[in-house]
Design a binder for this molecule. Structure first.
Ligand SMILES: NC(=O)c1ccc[n+]([C@@H]2O[C@H](COP(=O)([O-])OP(=O)(O)OC[C@H]3O[C@@H](n4cnc5c(N)ncnc54)[C@H](O)[C@@H]3O)[C@@H](O)[C@H]2O)c1
Length: 89
């Protein structure tokens, strides 16, 4: 996960494409867990990982006031596993 965060930071700060940073096949068939996967960063990361062929599981606590929403992953929702639990906060 730290590697993915690092890649995303480089992607956003240096305006490089993800494809510049990783070999196209490096995530193919890899199991990847994305925490906060229904939020802004997690959902965009998820969509890219699915495009790269990863088998993505999303974990999201759906905390009130955060940006988590199933709508964010609508283009890939049938190609990911989703694990939600309701946070009491
Ligand atoms: N450009 C845009 O359209 C846009 C839209 C939304 C947000 N943003 C920006 O993006 C940044 C925020 O994005 P983000 O992805 O960090 O936040 P986010 O709130 O969008 O997503 C965080 C997700 O993590 C989940 N989460 C939090 N704690 C958790 C835990 N312990 N376990 C599991 N899930 C947990 C939340 O429920 C939420 O779904 C901000 O800078 C904001 O301004 C931009």
């Amino acid at each position: 996960m730290e590697l993915l965060n690092l890649l995303f930071v480089r992607f956003t700060r240096e305006k490089q494409t993800v494809n510049d940073l990783v070999e196209l096949d490096s995530f193919r068939d890899k199991k990847v867990l994305v925490t906060g996967g229904l939020g802004f960063i997690g959902s965009n990361l998820t969509i890219k990982l699915v495009e790269l062929g990863a088998r993505v599981t999303l974990l999201d606590a759906m905390i009130k006031g955060h940006g988590g929403n199933l709508f964010n992953i609508k283009t890939v929702k049938d190609r990911v596993s989703i694990n939600l639990w309701r946070c009491q906060r």
